[in-house]
Ligand binder design. Structure first.
Ligand code: PLP
Length: 435
């Protein structure tokens, strides 16, 4: 069905532009009304296949599943908001216990908040408190959120940061990007490690001042960049040698998206602090920062927030995590199989079109990078934008990432037929925009 912008959509967009601050959404005339499983419907009745999971927020299908919705509704009828940070509540405690079980041994303490950026703010405070050090290392291309602490770490686009400094002390270093590394892709990990050793610890910040290195196991907003499989073991070794903590932001890549609960598990390494949000909240604003038990506890009053651990959000998140645990094996199998199917087809498309430069990913976290030519790899931002918009008009929601990449992140429960139909639309859009 061809997309039409009807009067209801026009009306909402016009009113929005009068009263709502501009965020990031100018290009898409998309006004969601309802959704289920693989599909979203807008307020004019236009139907879309979803390859976005609403930016990785609905890993178990658009609008969650029946168990999640029932748990949330039941909790609404009992008590919507408790006073978890000041008193005690059973629901957030049960969720924390279950979350900790999904992590490597030794993980104990959980702090709940409401969004990804808050989870990273909390992690910044925790690593400073635990180490009594002030400096942090982050990666170019990273996205950790937009509030002032996390924004210090975010380095994927200048407009995110312009006019907002001064920031928390952060040194940015190159993220290993096998596709764009100037040299043998196998060597990009070592080049990043060397950069930290030589230019940060060797030249600008003594190790005694560095509290932590924050990273995404696969960069999301930065362009779906997958580092070499050995990278995080090397980073772990470096961190251990210098007494520096590792903070793994699992907000976009985690929660089974890659076929493993932690995306970092694909790289055989562990961190000291993990942050979760997006799909962890099962459709509700919920985030968690989880630290190794051996790092200690926070003194009373050092950190808290009114809504962290909200009862409806934790009830929904618990139902979602229970579903995941019950269906772990079949989900893992499905994610790996469906991811391989998408990668195969996208690689065939890449071989056919000069401006499809790279296809990469793990499980159902797949990036496609558009370039002006395969040889010189100039960013093809406009071409990428046209393909994304064309898909939208043909009934497929896909999102851009980084300067010229596109992300394919359907709900993990996506059916084979939605994959096939979605990829047909994408291929048609790539074909019609090729020169
Ligand atoms: C890896 C990562 N970290 C943090 C965030 C920030 O999350 P939120 O928008 O909930 O603050 C995002 C959001 O896209 C993200 O992808």
């Amino acid at each position: 069905m061809a997309f039409k912008i009807g009067p209801k959509i026009k009306n909402v967009i016009k009113r929005d532009s009068r009263v709502i601050f501009t965020t990031t959404r100018e290009a898409f005339p998309f006004v969601a009304d309802h959704g289920n499983g693989d599909f979203i419907f807008d307020i004019e009745g236009n139907k879309f296949i979803d390859f976005s999971s609403f930016v990785s927020c609905y890993n178990l299908g658009i609008n969650g599943n029946a168990q999640i919705r029932t748990a949330a509704k039941k909790q609404i009828d009992r008590l919507m908001h408790g006073m978890f940070m000041d008193y005690y509540e059973a629901s957030p405690v049960a969720l924390a216990e279950k979350l900790v079980k999904m992590l490597p041994p030794g993980f104990g303490r959980v702090f709940f908040s409401n969004s990804g950026t808050e989870a990273n703010e909390d992690a910044i405070k925790l690593v400073k408190l635990f180490t009594k050090r002030r400096h942090i290392i982050g990666f170019y291309g990273a996205f950790h959120g937009r509030s002032l602490g996390s924004l210090a770490l975010t380095a994927s686009k200048t407009p995110h940061r312009a006019h907002f400094g001064p920031f928390v002390n952060v040194s940015h270093v190159p993220y290993p990007d096998p596709y764009r590394f100037n040299g043998d892709p196998e060597e990009c990990s070592q080049a990043s490690i060397d950069f930290i050793e030589e230019n940060i610890l060797g030249r600008t910040v003594p190790q005694e001042e560095v509290a932590a290195i924050f990273f995404e196991p696969i960069q999301g907003e930065g362009g779906y960049v997958v580092p070499p499989r050995g990278f995080f073991k090397q980073l772990r070794k470096l961190a251990n040698e210098h007494g520096i903590l590792l903070v793994d932001d699992e907000i976009q890549a985690g929660y089974m998206r890659t076929g493993k609960f932690l995306a970092l598990d694909n790289f055989g390494a562990t961190a000291d602090v993990y942050t979760f949000a997006k799909s962890f909240g099962a459709g509700f604003p919920l985030a968690a920062t989880v630290a190794r038990r051996s790092l200690g506890d926070t003194p009373s009053g050092a950190h808290a927030g009114t809504f962290g651990g909200n009862l409806v959000a934790t009830a929904a998140a618990t139902a979602s995590l229970d579903y995941l645990r019950r269906n772990m094996r079949s989900m893992q199998h499905g994610i790996v199989r469906k991811g391989a199917k998408i990668m195969k087809r996208m690689n065939e498309i890449k071989d056919e079109y000069e401006y499809v430069g790279d296809v990469r990913g793990i499980g159902l976290m797949i990036g496609v990078e558009f370039v002006k030519s395969k040889e010189r790899k100039e960013y093809a931002t406009k071409e990428r934008d046209k393909v994304v918009m064309d898909c939208f008009q043909k009934g497929l929601v896909v999102l851009p990432a980084g300067r010229s990449a596109m992300r394919i992140i359907p709900p993990l429960t996506v059916s084979d037929s939605s994959i096939d139909k979605g990829l047909d639309i994408l291929e048609e859009a790539i074909k019609s925009n090729s020169k």
